[in-house]
Design a protein around this ligand. Structure first.
Ligand code: AMP
Ligand code: MG
Length: 332
């Protein structure tokens, strides 16, 4: 029998197989990665889970700013005024970050590492950094001090002491990459969730899409939609109050406004729906920094993206939806 006949036979069997739901969870990137998928049998599902979690593990070893020997952290020593060739994975994330920094005038900034480390310490000590500390640290930040060369696939820092922090984009990217890996295992319908960052491929068999709950839509301010029904898309939620420091009656978020060097103080929760996780994750953080009004008009200009934003100003919660968000398929 020819190999093309064999292949045709296998495809026929695969498309007619009854698919069953499977689920697995593993800790990665400081959170739990949960994968749901539809496969013909347990062995196919296990194969896809193992491959997807291995892919996420590799990305964590590349992009972590907690692991001293990650490829991202090694750049701090190597890349000062010295272009360093980087892996495809690191370059993809840096290129997407730099593009978003340009578009947001630096509201999103992957070079914010020295500031996020300063504020991590501040949260531990329960003390807001002094303005002198913030100013000194800001010298080591700024996306314009990070040069990337797409031809050489290299990265260079203009200043000593620069540190990258992919915390606002890596989980969304990892969800995309896990989905791609699962797809290569022959599985078309899967969902990957890493706390607030979700990405999904085709709808579950016989359904219109994956049913995705968004916290802010469950709030009293929601007008009607509760559950989104989506396929081949991603949803990320960023919350300013997720991790924070309370001092002097002010709540400083773990999300930093690179311009002021301060943790943002507005109470905002942003969910972004976009074609890919790398976009949804980074856009949700960017909108948190831009604030509801500027953030919403920015989202309106991003092809394929939509957002729902919950803001709490003077204890008056307000829900804002982008125009495209109102056209998404929902369940009551
Ligand atoms: P997310 O939960 O996706 O909103 O990401 C928040 C994390 O992104 C923070 O814990 C920091 O590690 C990092 N981060 C904070 N501020 C910024 C910023 N302005 N631009 C990019 N990353 C940031
Ligand atoms: Mg994010």
């Amino acid at each position: 029998m020819s190999s093309s006949l064999l292949l045709a036979g296998a495809w026929f069997a695969a498309t007619n197989a009854v698919l069953h739901p499977y689920e697995a969870v593993e800790p990665h990137m400081g959170t739990l990665f949960r994968i749901k998928l539809y496969a013909a049998n347990q062995a196919d599902a296990q194969h896809a889970f193992a491959a997807a979690f291995a892919r996420v593990g590799k990305l964590d070893r590349t992009l972590s700013d907690y692991k001293p020997d990650s490829e991202l952290n090694r750049l701090s020593q190597l890349a000062v005024r010295n272009p360093i060739h980087v892996s495809d994975d690191l370059f993809r994330v840096l290129a997407a970050s730099q593009q978003l920094s340009e578009k947001t005038g630096g509201a999103f900034d992957i070079t914010v590492g020295p500031l996020t480390h300063l504020w991590r310490e501040a949260r531990k000590k329960g003390r807001v950094p002094s303005s002198a500390e913030i100013k000194q640290t800001q010298v080591k930040c700024g996306y314009r001090k990070l040069r990337i060369d797409p031809v050489a696939q290299s990265v260079e820092f203009a200043e000593e002491g620069m540190q990258l922090d992919a915390g606002a984009i890596a989980k969304g990217d990892a969800a995309d990459q896990a989905l791609l890996t699962i797809g290569r295992c022959g599985i078309r319908s899967a969902l990957v969730a890493a706390s607030g960052d979700l990405a999904f491929s085709d709808a579950p068999p016989g359904e219109a899409g994956w049913k995705i709950g968004v916290d802010s839509l469950d709030s009293a301010q929601a007008r009607f939609p509760k559950t989104l029904v989506l396929s081949n898309a991603a949803v990320s939620t960023s919350g300013s109050t997720e991790q924070h420091l309370d001092a002097g009656g002010v709540r400083y978020s773990h999300i930093i406004d690179p311009q002021s060097g301060l943790g943002i103080t507005r109470d905002i929760t942003v969910s972004v729906i976009a074609p890919k996780g790398i976009e949804a994750d980074s856009l949700a953080t960017a909108v948190s920094v831009l604030g509801a009004e500027r953030g919403l008009s920015f989202i309106e200009q991003q092809p394929g993206a939509s957002a729902v934003i919950l803001v709490n100003e003077s204890s008056r919660p307000k829900l804002l939806e982008s125009a495209r968000f109102q056209t998404l398929r929902t369940l009551p």
